[in-house]
Design a protein around this ligand. Structure first.
Ligand code: SF4
Ligand code: SF4
Length: 177
């Protein structure tokens, strides 16, 4: 095992008042800078009052709301392999599988739920899916709620995404694009 000889902490680090003053200075500097921007009607002067307001310049790659990709018959593309639920570090995906009526597909999800109040929006579920059945849209304004039970997105809610583009065209966060 490699031994790391850490530097000795000097007096300036041990006397933490210096860091407190530095923190107060940074906060004050940003306060007056933002106030000046606000007074002169410049961008960045005020905070966004989320969720009533959202940023218009949100990145198209932002990892926001989850959606389940549909087949052309409206059924989810998901084959209930549970790889997304297995990799999810927040353990917020619940899937119950059932046999599919389609002879070409073995399984489909009977229950597919994501608890967005636990989700950390890491995007691992999107990356793990072998059939590109789950994606994340940039939007975040729907992801808030006063009741945590209403923040559990079921299959029907996850299937409300009706892309106006072909299935092959990627919209939203997709690491395989
Ligand atoms: S984004 Fe991350 S935390 Fe959220 S459901 Fe997917 S894997 Fe889980
Ligand atoms: S969304 Fe993808 S990874 Fe998750 S169960 Fe369905 S097919 Fe498997």
């Amino acid at each position: 095992m490699e031994y790391v000889d850490r530097k000795k902490r000097g007096l300036t680090i041990q006397v933490y008042y210096r860091e407190i003053f530095r923190g107060v200075w940074i906060t004050t500097k940003h306060f007056f800078r933002n106030l000046w921007k606000w007074l002169t009607f410049r961008k960045g002067g005020v905070v966004i009052l989320y969720p009533e307001e959202t940023r218009p310049d949100m990145s198209p790659n932002n990892r926001g709301r989850h959606v389940l990709v549909q087949r052309s018959n409206g059924q989810p593309r998901c084959v209930a392999c549970k790889m997304c639920a297995t990799i999810c570090p927040a353990l917020c995906i619940t899937i119950e599988a059932e046999e599919s009526e389609d002879p070409n597909i073995q399984r489909r999800p009977r229950v597919f739920e994501i608890d967005v109040s636990h989700c950390i929006f890491c995007g691992f579920c999107v990356e793990a899916c072998p059939v590109d059945a789950i994606r994340m849209l940039p939007q975040t304004n729907e992801l808030v709620g006063y009741n945590r039970f209403r923040m559990i997105y079921d299959k029907e809610k996850l299937l409300t995404w009706h892309p106006t583009v072909s299935d092959d065209v990627v919209y939203g966060y997709n690491p395989k694009a």
